[in-house]
Write a protein that binds this ligand. Structure first.
Ligand SMILES: *Cc1c(COP(=O)(O)O)cnc(C)c1O
Length: 224
């Protein structure tokens, strides 16, 4: 068994049953994805449209492709036909662009709203207040070809565990608020995408439903 297979098997055993594993395969070759696939992994996360398209064409059709990177509106058209979840929706403009393209091909696209809770200014996303406001105005409900399935976020890259924990807790709080006030009857509103290689254990303790793990499965990347 190769190392990728071992790592996938480890996570399938290690993660609680109700946690979805997104294997983040960005910058890794197709052979590595095939190894993961061979031991049962079906959900892969990519952060570039071009790379996702190319891998989509090479991998079996039962793979579910999640987009996790910053998405430019001019790349949306290429993505909507085969993406199964977009984690990283970080602006109203992008929401509208996804809806337009999804409408054209008569598809409903599942998305998560990305929250910016980290201290780094380089990260993308809505503030918690903006996100709640956006959903509360009802404007999203007018976007008929989009289904909001939850929220996503990244914690600050720090050694300070209490800071990471606090940020994950903030993400979960937004989810809980939206769930009870806006989506109480929507069974599809159920995902809290948080936790990466270095912090997934904390994320799970704080209420993650979906972890996005790259380097611990596939090894370190040359670029990011
Ligand atoms: C690259 C990436 C990951 C995976 O990070 P690792 O530290 O390699 O596990 C998760 N989420 C997002 C948004 C990413 O861009």
């Amino acid at each position: 068994m190769n190392i990728v297979e071992e790592h996938i098997k480890f996570f399938h055993k290690e993660l609680p049953e109700n946690i979805t594993l997104v294997a983040v395969s960005k910058f890794h070759p197709i052979e590595a994805l095939c190894s993961a696939y061979d031991v049962g992994q079906r959900i892969f996360g990519e952060s570039r449209v071009q790379e996702l398209s190319s891998k989509y064409e090479q991998m079996p059709s039962d793979v579910q492709w999640h987009f996790i990177g910053h998405l430019q509106t001019n790349k949306v058209r290429q993505l909507v036909s085969y993406v199964s979840l977009i984690h990283s929706v970080d602006s109203v403009r992008l929401l509208e662009a996804i809806n337009v393209e999804a409408t054209k091909i008569n598809r409903t696209v599942d998305i998560l709203l990305q929250l910016h809770v980290a201290q780094e200014a380089t990260k993308f996303g809505f503030s918690c207040e903006e996100c709640v406001q956006l959903v509360q105005t009802g404007a999203i409900k007018q976007l008929n070809n989009i289904r909001v399935c939850g929220v996503m976020g990244m914690a600050t890259n720090t050694e300070d565990e209490s800071e990471i924990r606090k940020e994950f807790r903030d993400i979960r709080k937004v989810f809980d608020y939206l769930k009870s006030n806006i989506f109480p009857d929507a069974d599809y509103f159920k995902e809290v995408s948080m936790g990466m290689s270095d912090d997934y254990q904390i994320a799970i303790q704080e209420g993650s439903t979906m972890v996005r793990i790259g380097s611990t499965i596939f090894g370190t990347r040359n670029i990011d």
